[in-house]
Design a protein around this ligand. Structure first.
Ligand code: FMN
Ligand code: ATP
Ligand code: MG
Length: 507
C-alpha cells in the first residue's frame, strides 16, 4: 500500500507517530462499527465526510491505508485490497470554489469512491442519509485548531439535536505542519487552490488567499506562495473573512433605543440543577446589575455541557446588551464554559500568552505538563480586563463577561473591579452607571395606578417599575434613568401628585 510505504520510509519521526495514531483510530472505528457476515467478512457501517479540502484529503489517504491494513489483519479478501468501499459524502454548495468541486469529483473517480452528493444543509442532509443507510460513524478531517473542533475528541457523539452517530476525528491532534508533511511525503494530489496561497478553504464568500504568503512581483500583480510554505500554522485561517455575525459590536446597536440596558445572567452547573447547591451568585448578580440601572431580562441555569452553553450564549448575546456567565470555569473536565462561549462565536480556543503569564504566577508549582489548559481562551474575541486587585484578569468575549467567581465574596470583588474599571474608562464602556431610586408607599395599587401612568408620560426617559411584597402589603416603586437630575425630578413630580408625604425612600 503506497501510503503506508511512503510514511514507513520517511525519516520524519513525528509524522510517523501521528500517522500510526490516526491509523489506530481508523482501525478501531472500522472494527467497532462493523457487522459480521457469514463468510467471516464484514461490512462497516461508517461513512467518510469529504469536501476536497486539505484536511479531508489527508483523511482520504489515511482511510485508504487504514482500510487496507484493517482488512489485511482480518486476512479477508472481501472487496479486494485495492478497493475502498466506504460511503463518501460531500455536501455540495453553490458557494463552493469550482476548484474544490473539480478536485472532489476528480478524487472520487481516481480512488473509486462511492460519492453521495448532498445538496441540503448538514443537519437535514445527515438526517435523510442516516434514515436511508445503516451508518453509525462518520469520519471527519476536523483538527483541534478548527472552530468546530471545540469540545471534540477523537470519538465524539454527534451533538444533541443532531441525528445520532459517532463523529470520528483521526487527525484531531494534527498540526498544520503535520498535514503538509503528510501530503508532500505521500506525494498525493491536493486541490490547486493551495498552490495559490489559500491555506484553509471555506466558501467563495468568506475565503481569500492568505496575505502572509503574498509576494510582490515586478508587474505589480499580487502573487502568492503555496500553502505549505506558511511557517506559522496558527495563522492558517488568516485568509478567512470573518462572518458578519461574529463582528457585531460589543454592545448591541439597538441598545441606544432602550433607555435601560439589558443584561442576561447565565449560570453553568449541574450541581444547581440537581438542587445540591443553591445559586447565590445569580441572585447577587441580579441585585448588583439592578442597582446600577440595568434590566436583567433573563436568567438561566445550564448543564456543564458545551452545546448547551454555546446555544444559550448565542441566543442571549444577540438579544441582550451584555451577558454575564459564571460557573464551569477552570481546569476540570466539567469546566466547559469558555469552550461553549468560543463555539457560540464560531471561534476556536487558543493559548493566550498574556493570560498564561498570570496563571503561571498564580499556580505555577501546581501546573503539570507543558501546556496550561486554563490559558486557552476564545481566539480573536477576548479582551482581558486588568485590575490591580485581581490576581487574574476578567475575561470579556465581545458582549459576554465570563466571571470566575465561585462564591459571593469573590463575586463582590470581581464586580467592584468591573464597575471601577468602567468608571475609570479603562475599557470600552461595559457598565454604564445609572441613577436609581426606590420609594415605598402604603397607598393601595388603585390609588397609585393613575398618577404613575401619568408620570410615565411626563418622563418617558425614566423607567418606572412597580411591585408589591404581598397582596395587602406596601407597594415599591423604582425609578431609573441615565441622568441623576431627571430621576430626582421624577421623584419630586410623583410626590407632588399626592397631598401629604406618602412615600418612604428605601435602599
Ligand atoms: C458529517 C458532519 C457531521 C457534523 N456533526 C455535527 C454535530 O454533531 N454537531 C454540530 O454542532 N455540528 C456538526 N456538523 C457541522 C460542523 O460542525 C460545522 O458546522 C460545519 O462543518 C460547517 O463549518 P463551516 O461553518 O466552517 O463551514 C457536522 C458536519 C458534518 C459535515
Ligand atoms: N461540505 C462538506 N462536505 C463534506 N464534509 C465536509 C464539508 N465541510 C466540512 N466537511 C468535513 O469537515 C472537515 C473539516 O472541515 P475544514 O474546512 O476544517 O477542513 P478541510 O476543508 O478539509 O481543510 P481546510 O481547513 O483547508 O479548509 C472536513 O475535513 C470534512 O471531513
Ligand atoms: Mg474547508
Amino acid at each position: 500500500m503506497e501510503i503506508d510505504k511512503a510514511i514507513g520510509e520517511s525519516d520524519d519521526k513525528r509524522l510517523r507517530t501521528k500517522y500510526n495514531n490516526a491509523i489506530f483510530v481508523i482501525k478501531r472505528a472500522l472494527a467497532l462499527y462493523s457487522v459480521q457476515l457469514v463468510d467471516f467478512c464484514s461490512i462497516e457501517e461508517v461513512a467518510f465526510s469529504f469536501n476536497g479540502g486539505k484536511d479531508s484529503t489527508v483523511l482520504l489517504h489515511l482511510l485508504r491505508a487504514g482500510y487496507f491494513l484493517h482488512k489485511k489483519e482480518l486476512s479477508c479478501s472481501n472487496g479486494g485490497l485495492s478497493k475502498f468501499p466506504v460511503r463518501t459524502i460531500y455536501f455540495e454548495s453553490p458557494s463552493a470554489f469550482t476548484e474544490i468541486n473539480a478536485f472532489t469529483y476528480d478524487a472520487a473517480q481516481t480512488y473509486n469512491l462511492q460519492l453521495d452528493i448532498i445538496r441540503q444543509d448538514f443537519k437535514s442532509g445527515l438526517e435523510a442519509l442516516l434514515k436511508a443507510n445503516p451508518i453509525r460513524a462518520i469520519f471527519l478531517g476536523v483538527r483541534i485548531g478548527d472552530p468546530t473542533a471545540v469540545g471534540q475528541e477523537q470519538f465524539s457523539p454527534s451533538s444533541p439535536g443532531w441525528p445520532p452517530f459517532m463523529r470520528v476525528n483521526p487527525i484531531l491532534d494534527w498540526s498544520y505542519r503535520d498535514v503538509w508533511a503528510f501530503l508532500l511525503t505521500c506525494k498525493v494530489k491536493y486541490c490547486s487552490l493551495y498552490d495559490q496561497g489559500y491555506t484553509s478553504i471555506g466558501s467563495i464568500h468568506d475565503t481569500v488567499p492568505n496575505a502572509l504568503l503574498s509576494v510582490n512581483n515586478a508587474s505589480n500583480k499580487e502573487k502568492f506562495k503555496p500553502a505549505y510554505l506558511l511557517s506559522d500554522g496558527r495563522l492558517e485561517r488568516a485568509g478567512r473573512v470573518k462572518k458578519v455575525a461574529s463582528i457585531k459590536n460589543d454592545i448591541n446597536s439597538d441598545s441606544q433605543k432602550h433607555e435601560v440596558l439589558l443584561a442576561s445572567v447565565i449560570a453553568v452547573g449541574d450541581e444547581i440543577l440537581s438542587g445540591t447547591v443553591e445559586d447565590q451568585l445569580g441572585l447577587s448578580l441580579c441585585k448588583k446589575l439592578t442597582s446600577v440601572g440595568w434590566s436583567v431580562q433573563q436568567t438561566s441555569v445550564l448543564r456543564n455541557d458545551i452545546d448547551s452553553v454555546s446555544e444559550e450564549v448565542d441566543r442571549q448575546r444577540s438579544t441582550s446588551d451584555m451577558v454575564f456567565i459564571y460557573g464551569g470555569v477552570g481546569p476540570l473536565h466539567s469546566d466547559v464554559t469558555l469552550a461553549g462561549v468560543a463555539k457560540a462565536f464560531g471561534v476556536r480556543l487558543a493559548p493566550d500568552e498574556e493570560f498564561e503569564e498570570y496563571l503561571r504566577h498564580l499556580i505555577s508549582e501546581q501546573c503539570t505538563g507543558d501546556r496550561n489548559e486554563m490559558a486557552q481562551l476564545p481566539e480573536g474575541i477576548t479582551e482581558l480586563l486588568h485590575h490591580e486587585k485581581l490576581s487574574v484578569p476578567l475575561i470579556k468575549c465581545r458582549n459576554v463577561i465570563v466571571l470566575a467567581a465561585t462564591n459571593t465574596e469573590e463575586l463582590e470583588k470581581e464586580w467592584e473591579c468591573l464597575t471601577e474599571l468602567t468608571k475609570l474608562g479603562g475599557s470600552s464602556s461595559l457598565i454604564e452607571l445609572y441613577a436609581s431610586r426606590r420609594l415605598m408607599t402604603s397607598l393601595t395599587d388603585v390609588e397609585v395606578a393613575e398618577p404613575l401612568s401619568k408620570l410615565g408620560l411626563e418622563f418617558p426617559d425614566i423607567y418606572l417599575g412597580c411591585y408589591r411584597k404581598s397582596r395587602q402589603g406596601p407597594i415599591i416603586i423604582c425609578l431609573k434613568g441615565k441622568d441623576n437630575a431627571r430621576v430626582d425630578s421624577a421623584v419630586q413630580a410623583l410626590c407632588k401628585k399626592f397631598k401629604q408625604s406618602v412615600f418612604v425612600e428605601i435602599k
